[in-house]
Structures are given as C-alpha cells and as structure tokens.
Design a protein around this ligand. Sequence first.
Ligand code: COA
Length: 497
Amino acid sequence: MFEDRIQSEELRAKIVSADEAASLVKDGMVVGMSGFTRAGDAKLVPHAMAKRAKKHPFKISLLTGASLGHDTDKILSEAGVLARRMPFQVDTALRAAINRGEVMFIDEHLSEMVEQLRAHQLPPVNIAIIEAMMIHKDGSIVPTTSVGNSASFALGADKIIIELNTSINPDFEGIHDIYIPEARPNRKPVGVVKPDTRIGTTSIKVDKNKIAAIVISDVPDSPSLISPADDATNAIARHLTEFFLKEVDQGRMDMTLSPIQAGIGTIANAVLTGFVNSPFHNLQMYSEVLQDSTFELFDAGKLDFASASSITLSEACAARVFPNIGRYKDRLILRPQEISNYPEIIRRLGIIAINTALEADIYGNVNSTHVGGTHMMNGIGGSGDFARNAYISVFVTKSVAKGGKISSIVPMVAHVDHTEHDVDVLVTELGYADLRGLAPRERAPLIIEKCAHPDYHDILRDYFDRACKTVGGQTPHILEEAFSLHEKFKKTGSMLG
Ligand code: COA
C-alpha cells in the first residue's frame, strides 16, 4: 500500500519503474544519493543504473552520506559507473577499485562535504536519489533510517528521484530533525544545546516541481556486518570503564558521564555494549551512527537519549527494534550529518568520542584509514569531526592484527588521520594510556607499556631509546627506521620478521 504514503495525486502520477528513473541519470552527472552506514540508502535505482551501464556505458560522480548497503557500491563500481566517489565507503570491491586507481575516492570529513557543495567548492549535484517513507501533499520528503546528506542533496539538485519505501514502520515519522545551517556570512549559531534539542522540521521541504520520478520499493536496509564482542573488545570496554571511573573519582564527571559518540565497526560497538554492565547510568549519545549497542543500552535502562544521523542494526537487532520503533521514538533524533557531526556542537556539548584506529604510533598519532600507509580501508568518516573537537577523544584498537603478525602500535604511523593533538586516550585490550598533559617523550614509554603487545615491547622500546639518544628533538625519530616494522611485514608477512 503506497497510495497513503504519497499524499498528492499530482505526485502519484510520477510513479515510474526503477529503469525509467535510472534513465534520468546521464553520463558525467553528479549524483547525490541517500544512505549512511548502510541505512536509508536508495536501493532500486542505483542497481537499474548499473544494469543500463552494462549495455550503454556511462560514468558519474557519486556523493552519498556515507557507506551504502545492498552491494550498491560493488555493483556500480563493477559496472564501471563510478568515476568519482565521496565521502566514505566500506565495500570490498569498491575498495579494490579505489586501490587500483580506477575510482577517484575523496576521503572527506562527513560534516564538511555539503558545506563545500553549498559554497560551490565542488561541482553541483545534478540529480538527487533519496529514499523516503512518506511524501507529503506539499512535496516534502520524510527520510527513513538515515538522514545523512539527503536534505542538502534534495534542496540543491536540479531534479529529485524518490524511492518510496513502504517497508518502513510509519512510526519513524517524527524521529527526524531537519535543519540546514544558514548561509554565510552572518550564520547564526546552530542551536543544539543538549542531545535532545530539536531545531528543525520532521521532513525535507523541497519544491515539489523538482520531483521528477517516484519509484516504489519495499526492500529493507542491509543488516550491519559487525561481529560479536570477543575477549579483546570486552577487555577494551573494561579498561575504558576503569578510565571513566577514575574521571568520576577525580570529580571531572559524574556517573552520567558526558554525551557519547561511538564510531563504526565491531570494536566501537562492542565497547559500547560493555557499558551495559558498567555502573554508569542516565547516559546520552550525540553520535553519527547508532548500532546495536545503543538499543542494548536503552533496553538495559542505561541510556536516556540518542541523537545521530543513522540507525544501522544487525539482522536480529533490526527484527527486534524496527517493528517497535515507536517505543524508542521519544528518545531518538536523526539529524543531517553536518549537524550530528557539527564541530562547534561537539566542542560545546563536551562529547566523549570513541573511535577506532587501525594503528597508532608511540607518540599517539592515529591511522584509521590506510592499510600499510597506502591502501584505503574505509575512510575517515566522522572520526575527524569528533576527535578534534571532543572533550575527551579516545581511540581504541586491538594491540595486534592478523594473528599477531601486525602490531597496532608502531614507531610512526604510515598515514596520519588524527594527529597526536587530537588523541587524549589510547586503549587496547592490554590497558589504556592517558595522554593528556604528556609530552611526546612521556607518551612513548606509557603507550608501549600500557597498549603495545608484549611481543613488540622490546622492538618499540629499543627504537624509542635509540631515537632519543641518537637524534633527540621534541619527538625523537630515526627517520630511516621509522617504517621498519611496516617494511618487515611487506617482506616477510610479519612485523616480527
Ligand atoms: N593493519 C592492517 N590491517 C588491520 C590493522 C592494521 N594495523 N588493524 C586492523 N586491521 C584489519 C583487521 O585485521 C580486520 O581485517 P579483516 O576484515 O580482514 O578481518 C579489519 O582491519 C577491521 O578490523 P577490526 O579489528 O575488525 O575493527 P573494526 O571493524 O572495528 O574496524 C576500522 C576498524 C578502523 C577499519 C573502522 O573503525 C574504520 O573504518 N574507522 C574509520 C572511520 C571511523 O572511525 N568512523 C567513525 C565515525 S563513523
């Protein structure tokens, strides 16, 4: 039943097949598509685009909120449709195409891309493809499980294609808070003063004449791919709990902590789930993606409110939460990603940011994106928006990867996403290093002792000692040896040699 979800007869006349809608996308266009961490993505039109491209090749620049589900990035990249892609992805096939140099990937802070669009620093979006759960009489669009960049794409594009998803629980309407910052100069402050502040509207107000096509869909979001907690992630959660208890003990916080942001992926989700068994209570989240852990904390009575840009759940959690979203509705807000990740709000609310590193170095610089320093993993996502502006910026990682052949603590990270200035606390399953107020020469021994795997202690200590003795400086490094562990891994398959 889609009729009652399109409240204008004039708009109902615009219903077409996915193939017909896809034919509106032309070679060379900039396409802005909904979708953020596999949630609320357009599901039918992009696949129809890939089908068409196999017969009649064409290329586009694809902009989204963040990552997409339904193998959309894989299917589009394999069909040769993607010339350029930004600002984030997590797909294995697209990742390979990026690393072969076939797709130009612009790895961008999630809060920033639509600012660049509005300021004409990027070519304008020609067509927006947006998933919606409802289209009102005036043409305004109610998004689904994510907001991402959908509002700015829809407002800025020449034409809009809507995928109306009838599988979305009607109770989702009212969860969204759509607000677009005013134009510069004289932009007023964005008025979010608490995670539950509403400042906008519950739908995206577009000119209905721009709606060029509507495609009916009932395809649910792809489930998230996170793995369950394991001994290492449980230990990371325990160390973080210990750290926060110390903060409470020292009078810097109370047991409700400060609003929490937690990054994507298995580790951040497991760490947050670990808070179910912590003594903290009446927690709040001001984050960008809500994973299973958010709803586990709600159900455990630990979490009072969660604000983000998307909800991305495992199959089991989605089956439990989405049919009952009405029960959580008054404790949830989904915002545009530039507001969920707005640097000034993050600083003002005093966010505790918990993000994941691929590797960190002995001085606290973090690489979250480039395997071996060269090959793209996923992208920086929102981690930079939060880490730089957080009240406490925490990075978590397991001390080793690939069965111990890679140390996550290295002399110098082979790519820097988060500088030492943006990293307050580093946590592995072995312990935490509180880096606040410490100089590089104080940080290194602490990180090695608390966070590095014992198999790598001697190698890292030896490097640091010799760097201090032979080179010196504020941040001692023997430059010709700084990547020796990475090189050893390349040559032998293990950083231990
Ligand atoms: N070198 C090479 N590979 C490494 C590595 C290292 N130093 N550390 C981890 N890996 C590999 C793991 O072995 C694993 O590989 P697999 O998928 O083949 O098993 C993969 O990276 C993911 O690691 P995992 O330990 O499962 O962590 P995760 O699922 O929590 O993901 C990141 C970790 C860093 C990839 C992920 O959090 C990310 O993309 N972060 C950047 C974006 C971000 O922080 N966004 C936050 C706001 S949304």
